[in-house]
Design a protein around this ligand. Sequence first.
Ligand SMILES: NC(=O)c1ccc[n+]([C@@H]2O[C@H](COP(=O)([O-])OP(=O)(O)OC[C@H]3O[C@@H](n4cnc5c(N)ncnc54)[C@H](OP(=O)(O)O)[C@@H]3O)[C@@H](O)[C@H]2O)c1
Length: 349
Amino acid sequence: MEKIAVGILGATGAVGQKFILVLADHPWFEIRELAASERSSGNRYEDVVAWKQSVAMPEKVRGMMVKDCEANLECRIVFSGLDSSVAGEVETAFAGAGYWVFSNAKNHRMDPDVPLVIAELNPEHLDIIPYQQKNRGWQGAIVTNANCSAIVLALSIGPLQKEFGLKAVHVVTFQAISGAGYPGLPSLDILGNVIPFISGEEEKIETETQKILGRLGKDSFRPADFTVSAHANRVPVEEGHLECVSIRLGEKASVQEVVRCWQQFAGMAQELNLPSAPKQPVVVFCEKDRPQPRLDVWKYKGMSVLVGRVRSCSLFDIRYVVLGHNTMRGAAGASLLNAELALKRGMLD
Ligand SMILES: NC(=O)c1ccc[n+]([C@@H]2O[C@H](COP(=O)([O-])OP(=O)(O)OC[C@H]3O[C@@H](n4cnc5c(N)ncnc54)[C@H](OP(=O)(O)O)[C@@H]3O)[C@@H](O)[C@H]2O)c1
């Protein structure tokens, strides 16, 4: 199969760099365009990017010219890792010009005609796209993935919601610095410290989780009816968001039944054998002090969420810890999986 040309908006950022990595040897897609701000455009990628990955920059992007985020790129699909100050307008312009936009930015996530998709959990939410196209009068599309903490949480509670029902979720996050992009927070603020506030994060975790795990009606989404209470904290960790979660289930289940549910869970991404889909979306650890960001965040290529310390809860029913890679599973990898899903379902023909 001839590879499909794709572009990356915000190619120089933390998420953009992960897009470069996951797309570099992709079997279906080929990076043809890179775009970013005026600061970067008109320069060779390697001359303008602050490459912060532990693996070398792929040869093929080094000499590529970074362009402006104008909707005249030679490709039909764009992945967006744009800063939210510009993502809204730019993504609208691209969809209006006929591009399929797979976005990580917050701007369109809660739009009533825009799907917020996790390929394993709510692939059917993509069915809103024909309505979106009619409603907006465009040939393109905007498909979003959630906030990085919301993805990690939803992937862990989603299988339990399907099996046992879900009444309430309480989550406390410990979020990596890379979640704030590059250069992110000043070192004097975060080193040896915990910051118990991330602007807008708790609201995103609460509302986006309900949209993802809610239902798509004819032309609109009905959010899930369980309550979510989130506390968000920034911690001096480079990559990987850790979350302590307590849940009240619809019907009682033992720790063993909950663990079995996670271990047996597979979604459409696995059924369709999508190239970026992890074999097991939720992996359960038995060690008493795992998962840990430094030791575990890159396990399963950063595409599974890792659960540990599963036990019963004296306030709710079950409590556990979950870890996910914020720029992989929580951003670029999730977006790529959504594009693979749309392509495999024939929506991009
Ligand atoms: N980091 C995470 O863990 C994570 C997870 C999920 C979602 N997200 C979301 O993904 C998006 C990117 O996050 P990030 O962490 O990668 O941020 P980042 O490192 O700050 O990168 C931002 C990107 O946006 C570009 N940009 C900024 N202003 C622009 C403008 N006026 N016009 C065109 N391009 C512009 C930057 O280009 P220049 O280099 O040229 O300035 C850069 O490529 C954000 O919306 C964020 O909320 C991030």
